[in-house]
Structures are given as C-alpha cells and as structure tokens.
Design a protein around this ligand. Structure first.
Ligand SMILES: Nc1ncnc2c1ncn2[C@@H]1O[C@H](COP(=O)(O)OP(=O)(O)O)[C@@H](O)[C@H]1O
Ligand SMILES: [Mg+2]
Length: 184
C-alpha cells in the first residue's frame, strides 16, 4: 500500500501584502522504503509542502486550502490535533535545516534525545538513554561516545557537521522502530 499519498495539495498564506500562493496542486506518492527528492528553485514550495504534510504550517497565516494527504491510509488533514501529535515524531518526522531550532544548547545531547524517545514510548530513563547513545553512535555523533556533550558553547561545543548529525537523530529518534531505517 502507498505509504504517503499527497493529492492536489494547495497551500496559501494570508499576509498584510496579500495572498501568497505557496503550493498550487502538488501530487505525489511514496511507497514504504522509497526515497523521494523534491527539487526546485528557492521559494518554489518544497518546505511548505512538507510543513503542510506534517500539519506544521505557521498559524494563522498558513492554510491548506485544498487537496488530500493520506499517510498509511489515514486522512492527515482531517485529524484532530492530538491525533496529529501522535503521528508526528512517531510515524512521520521532519529534519529541520537548523539544528539549533530543535535542540537546546545548554542541555546534554543524550538527555534531550532520551527525552524525545520517552515522549513517544513508555520506557524508563536508563533504557531511553541507552537507545539515544546507540542512535548517536550510528551516525558517529560524538554525543554517543561520551553521552555528555552539548551543542552550545558550554563544555565542548560541537562542530557544524556533528550538530547536523545530532539533529538528525533527535528528529527521528521517536519514530516507531519499524519506521527507523538507516540514519546514516
Ligand atoms: N510563513 C510564511 N508566510 C508567508 N509566506 C511564506 C511563509 N513561508 C513560506 N512562504 C512563501 O511560500 C513560498 C514557498 O516557500 P518555501 O516552501 O519555503 O520554498 P522552498 O522551496 O525554498 O522550500 C515562498 O513564496 C515563500 O515566500
Ligand atoms: Mg525550503
């Protein structure tokens, strides 16, 4: 069965300067295990398409004005907010471009990732921490080796590429195991 089915997606922003026609009828399908790259010039609507699928459009300006998003047969656009929250992070995750938007530089990386795991799964702190370290090792992020690194200036700041790898783990660590494929 198709895992992600996006049909005729239309997204608009209402701004003081008028309506912005950000996404105008986007259609694509994705099977489980398949990878799809959205390519296009800056501002063509790649990010907005994905934010709409995740139901993360900035409110109230951003609105989905047409189309359908089916994830595993579920109508994402018709879901109530608690349902979407459950889906997000557990079944669908988004890796943001800026690692600092999702991670707090003053907390230890391993702890933040363990916390994210525990947000979706009933598991004790120690097990979550062990999983966090294991995931970080998979992407060879230094947080996995010592478990106490931080992103920011305190202690040992990480270099940009390590930050990006940590952010990737943080974004997908809450996914149910069946959805966790290769992180690297
Ligand atoms: N919060 C917002 N408010 C108003 N317009 C926005 C907002 N976010 C994105 N847009 C507009 O939507 C269009 C698509 O943007 P985006 O999806 O970010 O492009 P990209 O393909 O570079 O990721 C652009 O015209 C952009 O200016
Ligand atoms: Mg973008």
């Amino acid at each position: 069965m198709t895992l992600l089915d996006v049909r005729d997606l239309v997204v608009r922003f209402r701004t003081a300067d008028g309506i912005i026609y950000a996404v105008n009828g986007v259609t694509f399908e994705l099977e489980a295990g398949e990878t799809l790259g959205l390519v296009g010039e800056s501002g063509c609507g790649k990010s907005v398409t994905n934010l709409a699928i995740m139901r993360l459009l900035p409110k109230p300006a951003g609105r989905i004005e047409g189309g359908q998003v089916l994830f595993d047969g579920l109508d994402v656009l018709a879901m109530a907010e608690p349902e979407v929250r459950d889906l997000r992070g557990k079944e669908i995750a988004m890796i943001f471009q800026d690692p600092m938007t999702s991670l707090n530089p003053v907390y230890r990386i391993g702890e933040q990732i363990a916390e994210a795991i525990r947000a979706h799964e009933k598991t004790d702190r120690r097990t979550a921490k062990r999983r966090a370290v294991e995931l970080l090792r998979q992407v060879e992020a230094p947080g996995g080796l010592h478990g106490d690194e931080m992103l920011g200036a305190a202690r040992r700041p990480l270099e940009a590429s390590a930050r990006a790898r940590v952010a990737r783990v943080h974004s997908v660590c809450g996914l149910s195991l069946g959805r966790q494929r290769s992180l690297s």
